[in-house]
Design a protein around this ligand. Sequence first.
Ligand SMILES: [Zn+2]
Ligand SMILES: [Zn+2]
Length: 176
Amino acid sequence: MGNRNALAIVATHLHFDHVGAARELVNRLNTPFMVHRLDWELRDIFNELATEWGFPKPELPEPTFIDDGSELPLGLKVIHTPGHTPGSISIVGDDFILTGDTLFEGSVGRTDLPGGNMDRLRDSVCKLYRELPDYFIVYPGHGPPTTIGEEKLNNLIIPMEACLGETGNNFYEQPE
Ligand SMILES: [Zn+2]
Ligand SMILES: [Zn+2]
């Protein structure tokens, strides 16, 4: 395998479908493993989900904790975007953002798993809409890329419209 000079393994959150290979990668590439402390505290509960759904339980490397505003290699920056999980983060570059399971093309991450919270997710998505330019490309943890401007208009769950009311209002029902 060619050396791609990986500098860090950064978890957008600790669900097993995002960190199942973390330990192997960290061991092979000899990089730090970066994660928000709030998700680290829930790692046992999240790993139980893997077992429930028939996947191998992830074994996680030792963490380096990151939080809102943390600077990552290559000039990337962390925004804390809780809601899908308490410690979900997004990674911001010059003209793009990696949103993990916070924001998808046309949708947002589910909030019915342990630690999920729809009000917090809405606040997080609204923060991205307010703070990032419309041309920013969104690379979600699942599905195709999109842009901030596109999601402000056309997101089915949290469009910009949902951000304009008073905070604390429930615009959408919690999924069953
Ligand atoms: Zn997830
Ligand atoms: Zn996921």
